[in-house]
Design a protein around this ligand. Structure first.
Ligand SMILES: Cc1ncc(COP(=O)(O)O)c(C=O)c1O
Length: 615
């Protein structure tokens, strides 16, 4: 096996190191030179010069370093500084003089090792002197741009220690695997994590290659990171590992950064005797939507319920709703004892159909709920007028439309009362969470009163009205407050996901979420609606994708055909557009961790399925 093109010469420092020996076994030839301290002493600039003069390398792989036992770096810092920091700096200086490409072997232990899945641009904070000495080396390598720093979670096969930590996680990769990868990344630059695709406890990893290994705890040692696992997407994208198929392409999931960690941490130390974050979030969220009032609730379903309670919705009342929506739009109506009236949606924008509303509106109608389904916005201004004319409340369920805009006006601004959700799948999330937004002081005051057990304003230990409790926790609010600070960044990522799908699904005839000059969609989740000519079997397609770890979802099935709501309709299959959308649409994975290549992979599989089914 050749290591690099025969015309290029590679020199390796630390040729007798553990990894050096593994490379030697695998790669030999005139263009690869293994050096020991005798031939190339990294603490002696002349020795480095002599070796370079002799071999004239194009690449230098810097393995010479002091590693085990790790304690040596605590006990003898002179040695650690000399070999790992000064020695590396010498190599950098000499490579820079001759423009030799430098590949530096660092360690995954430069990351803090507390939460795992560290990306290359995450902050570093070594937890022991070994990692500090490697980071010291990195610092000089970083000054020289013709270089590649590898942060490795590398170990030998079989696992060599007698004991392994059962309470520490990592994604170790065996040295011989790294040897296979190395030739493929020689021309990369910057920093790259090198680890396996599977993060697991070190004990369970060790057991696979050494059945005699015993479990132990990190509590028994001085310095060891709890979760030093590293994210290896960058490496995967370059080497296109076969194991890539093992990555799960989830429907949704949050993007968490330092900002959320800081707000939640602040809440945990300072936020137990107040609702500071709830109040701050409500103010800022209202401002963002140009609304007078915002009230946070434990989830969006309860925000809808609280609103209906505030207008005293009761048995005998009716509320008109679209048939295509999530059950949470409608269950609060039923909980109040009122009747939901299901009408069809438009084929173009998946939102409630105005002509159908006109046929159903009557004296019993107390409210109409429009749903900004998958970020689409319907004919909200016309709806507003109809509601005003008929003196019914116009409610906007914008749970799926954070960041959507109609001619610059944000979803959440249109209803007399509007709702947003911060469910774990949504654009910003606190696991669960929701709000109502309104400019109506009477409804807001009533909802606020009912939210906290109907307690008296004057004496908070006196119950004025009997009510349940709908208070969100300050912890929830701290999380969503942190997320909301990143709203522009998060909306941009959702749009990039959408754009990649549009690019890669060009060859098939599908309609995407409504997104055009008039309506800028927040794109919480990308959805495709297949042309009827494909006669697509969505259930089969979902199964096909699942076999490839692609988790796509069904479109909302019409509520009027579900057990919970059947009793409110005479016919099983009213509202044909809602049925057609359900049968021919697919909600695509829209997790923040999807990159362009992932989306290409997902799209190609969809196309493959479509082409293989009969049209
Ligand atoms: C259209 C719609 N309405 C209401 C909700 C309810 O939101 P939550 O889960 O926060 O109660 C959702 C959430 O998934 C939704 O998609």
């Amino acid at each position: 096996m050749v290591f690099s093109s025969k015309l290029k010469k590679v020199i390796i420092t630390g040729g007798n190191s553990r990894f050096g020996k593994i490379l030697k076994k695998k790669f030999n030839g005139k263009n690869i030179i293994y050096t020991s301290k005798k031939d190339l002493n990294i603490l002696n600039l002349d020795s480095i010069d002599n070796s370079f003069n002799k071999h004239k390398p194009d690449y230098l792989i810097h393995l010479a370093s002091l590693s085990r036992p790790m304690e040596i770096h605590e006990e003898n810092i002179n040695l650690s500084i000399d070999i790992n920091i000064i020695g590396t700096a010498n190599i950098v200086k000499k490579c820079a003089e001759r423009n030799i490409k430098l590949i530096y072997f660092s360690t995954a232990y430069v990351y803090p090792g507390t939460r795992g899945n560290y990306y290359e641009n995450d902050s570093v904070k070594p937890i022991n002197n070994y990692a500090w000495s490697k980071l010291g080396g990195e610092t000089s390598v970083m000054l020289y741009k013709n270089s590649l720093i590898l942060r490795l979670a590398m170990t030998e096969y079989p696992f060599i220690h007698k004991k392994a930590f059962s309470d520490a996680k990592a994604n170790f990769i065996y040295a011989n695997e790294v040897a296979k990868i190395l030739p493929k990344i020689l021309n990369e630059k910057g920093i790259m994590n090198i680890g396996s695709l599977e993060t697991e406890s070190i004990y369970s990893f060790a057991k696979k290659s050494n059945s005699k290994v015993k479990p132990t705890s990190i509590k028994n040692v001085k310095y060891f990171p709890k979760d030093s696992s590293i994210n290896v997407e960058k490496l995967n994208n370059i080497i296109n590992r076969k194991e890539k198929l093992k990555k799960n392409f989830f429907a949704a999931g949050p993007s968490i950064s330092k900002i959320e960690r800081e707000t939640v941490e602040d809440m945990m130390f300072n936020g137990w005797d107040n609702y500071n974050y709830v109040e701050k979030f409500e103010l800022e969220f209202a401002k963002y939507h140009k609304r007078k009032y915002c009230l946070m609730t434990p989830n969006c379903t309860l925000a809808i319920y609280l609103t209906l309670k505030s207008i005293n919705l009761k048995s005998g009342d009716e509320v008109i709703v679209p048939d295509s929506t999530w059950t949470a739009t409608v269950s609060p109506i039923v909980e109040c004892g009122a009747t939901p009236i299901f009408v069809d949606v438009n084929k173009s924008n998946w939102c409630i159909n105005i002509n159908q509303i006109k046929k159903k509106i009557n004296k019993k109608t107390k409210a109409i709920i429009c749903v900004d389904l998958f970020g689409n916005i319907g004919e909200v201004n016309e709806l507003k007028k109809i509601c005003k004319k008929n003196s019914v409340l116009f409610l906007e369920d914008a749970a799926e439309a954070l960041g959507s805009k109609l001619r610059g006006v944000k979803a959440g601004k249109f209803g007399d009362v509007s709702f947003h959700s911060f469910h774990r799948t949504k654009t910003i999330t606190s696991g669960e969470g929701g709000v109502l937004l309104t400019d109506n002081k009477i409804i807001f005051d009533k909802a606020k009163h009912l939210r906290d057990l109907g307690r008296s304003n004057r004496n908070s230990y006196f119950a004025e009205t009997s009510s349940l409790k709908f208070m969100p926790s300050n912890l929830q609010a701290a999380m969503v407050y942190g997320q909301f600070k990143r709203i522009d960044e998060l909306l941009r990522i959702k749009r990039e996901i959408f754009k990649s799908y549009k690019k890669y699904l060009k060859s098939i005839n599908v309609k995407f979420n409504y997104d055009n000059k008039k309506i800028e969609n927040g794109l919480w989740a990308t959805v495709i609606n297949f042309d009827l000519k494909y006669k697509i079997n969505i259930i089969k397609l979902i199964k096909f994708l699942k076999n490839k770890n692609i988790y796509a979802r069904l479109f909302f099935s019409p509520l009027s055909s579900q057990n919970a709501y059947k009793k409110y309709v005479k016919n099983k299959k009213i509202n044909p557009i809602s049925h057609e959308l359900y049968e021919n649409s697919l909600v695509l994975p829209s997790h923040y961790n999807l990159n362009d290549l992932d989306i290409k992979f997902i799209s190609n599989n969809i196309i493959k399925f479509v082409k293989s089914s009969k049209t």
